[in-house]
Write a protein that binds this ligand. Structure first.
Ligand SMILES: *Cc1c(COP(=O)(O)O)cnc(C)c1O
Length: 423
């Protein structure tokens, strides 16, 4: 099936008892064992089946199968939030004394996780500019466990050369983890460009309606953990927290995504509720249609802003003068999702007046909603960052971020136009 059809059908057929056409919400904490042997086999990973909804749930399982198929992976793990997905994706392979490399153009929450939380837990994060390829190459050492980037940076809007980072990662025997939240698999499929693991905030375009927080890790199954056993002991040596299992032996190509489930998720518990999995599944069904409209509306807004006398600069990767256009065409089919940023003449003060004058476009700090949204990162998502950190994250003080929704383009432009008049 193609992506649009996968979004509607993958992983579910009318279930046998009730013939329900929609994916049921399995609102249950636990699942019964046929007998003690069945229970033992489930815990030994000898048979597949449900045990307890912190670790797996049939509603979540449909979402996981759909996301895995849409990204072209072999398995996925749905989690309580995008931040949980990023945290577990790294904790599954890195521990105290280890390090990862990351682009510095990051979502604010991820930046804080990498700049403060992980270092406090003994995992060093070496941040580099997204096109500093020699820097990436030079920063790798024996303790480096992953390279991390966002396919399209939020809010910087930079399209990262995934293929080049993947090539470096592959050559050094390290997985490339890509946050594909802004692009979604509809615009970019990182596994086709050599990435090994994808993380998603389902809260954004995948859910699409601004009603449920969720996240996911998707595994390509293509990284050879066994070949690099020395670098990845957590996947290749007996795990005392799971009665001595060796994940690469027990789960083969699914060793990584399996360990994400039975170690970080099982032991620290950022489980997605089946109710939220259901909401996210409803949104996912229309991902393709929404992304088409998000992209065409955002391009129209970018072109409108570009010719407006009160606008100093516009950053949108699909514009013909964008420094990211090449990457956007090579990796995202020339479409740049719904997020763009711009600066108003008059800087911080004018930007604030613009935001305050908006009538239809919502003032809030989310992206990927069907509704158009506006925010000022320097005073909200990125306010914990100092000037130097802001610069490294690609956020200037006059930067206004728009997440262009799927309303009629005339109404979006009318609201922006009147707000610019008042700015
Ligand atoms: C929002 C976002 C996250 C975090 O997701 P939550 O679901 O809010 O935890 C991570 N990465 C990117 C690019 C995001 O936009």
């Amino acid at each position: 099936m193609k992506l649009e059809s996968i979004a509607l059908h993958q992983g579910y057929q009318s279930e046998a008892t009730t013939k329900a056409a929609a994916v049921p919400i399995y609102q249950t904490t636990s699942f019964t064992f046929d007998d003690t042997q069945h229970g033992a086999d489930l815990f030994d990973l000898k048979v597949q089946g449900n045990i307890y909804s912190r670790i797996m749930n049939p509603t979540n399982d449909v979402l996981e199968q759909r996301l895995a198929a849409m990204e072209g992976g072999i398995g996925a793990l749905a989690l309580a939030s995008g931040m949980a997905a990023i945290t577990y994706a790294i904790q599954c392979i890195a521990k105290v004394g280890d390090n990862i490399l990351s682009t510095s153009q990051l979502y604010g929450g991820t930046y804080n996780l990498f700049a403060h939380t992980f270092p406090n837990q003994g995992i060093e994060v070496r941040m580099l500019n997204h096109d500093d390829f020699t820097g990436f190459e030079r920063s790798i050492d024996a303790k480096t466990k992953a390279i991390f980037c966002e396919s399209i940076g939020n809010p910087a809007g930079n399209v990262v050369a995934l293929d080049r980072l993947a090539e470096i990662a592959e050559r050094h025997g390290i997985p490339l983890i890509v946050d594909n939240t802004v692009a979604t698999p509809y615009l970019c499929r990182p596994f086709e460009h050599g990435a090994h693991i994808v993380v998603q905030s389902l809260t954004k375009y995948i859910g699409g309606h601004g009603i449920a927080i969720g996240g996911a890790i998707i595994d390509s199954g293509k990284f050879d953990w066994q070949k690099h056993a020395e670098r990845f002991p957590m996947l290749n040596q007996p795990d005392p927290s799971y009665h001595g299992v060796v994940y690469t032996q027990a789960l083969g190509a699914a060793a990584y995504i399996g360990r994400c489930r039975v170690v970080p998720l099982r032991n620290t518990g950022a489980a997605l509720s089946p109710q939220n999995a259901f909401y996210i599944l409803q949104g996912l069904e229309t991902l393709g249609l929404r992304m088409e409209r998000h992209c065409s509306n955002a391009l129209a807004v970018a072109n409108f802003l570009r010719q407006h006398p009160k606008v100093d600069w516009v950053n949108y990767a699909a514009l013909d003068d964008s420094p990211y256009l090449d990457n956007c065409q090579r990796l995202c089919g020339g479409q740049a999702s719904g997020i763009l940023s711009f600066g108003i003449q008059g800087g911080l003060a004018a930007g604030t007046r613009f935001i305050d004058a908006l009538q239809m476009i919502l003032r809030l700090v989310n992206i990927g909603d069907a509704k158009s949204l506006a925010c000022h990162p320097a005073s909200t998502t990125h306010r914990q960052l100092n000037d130097e950190e802001l610069a490294r994250a690609g956020v200037s003080r006059d930067l206004v971020r728009l997440s262009v929704g799927i309303e009629h383009i005339d109404d979006i432009l009318a609201d922006i136009s009147q707000a610019l008049d008042k700015a």
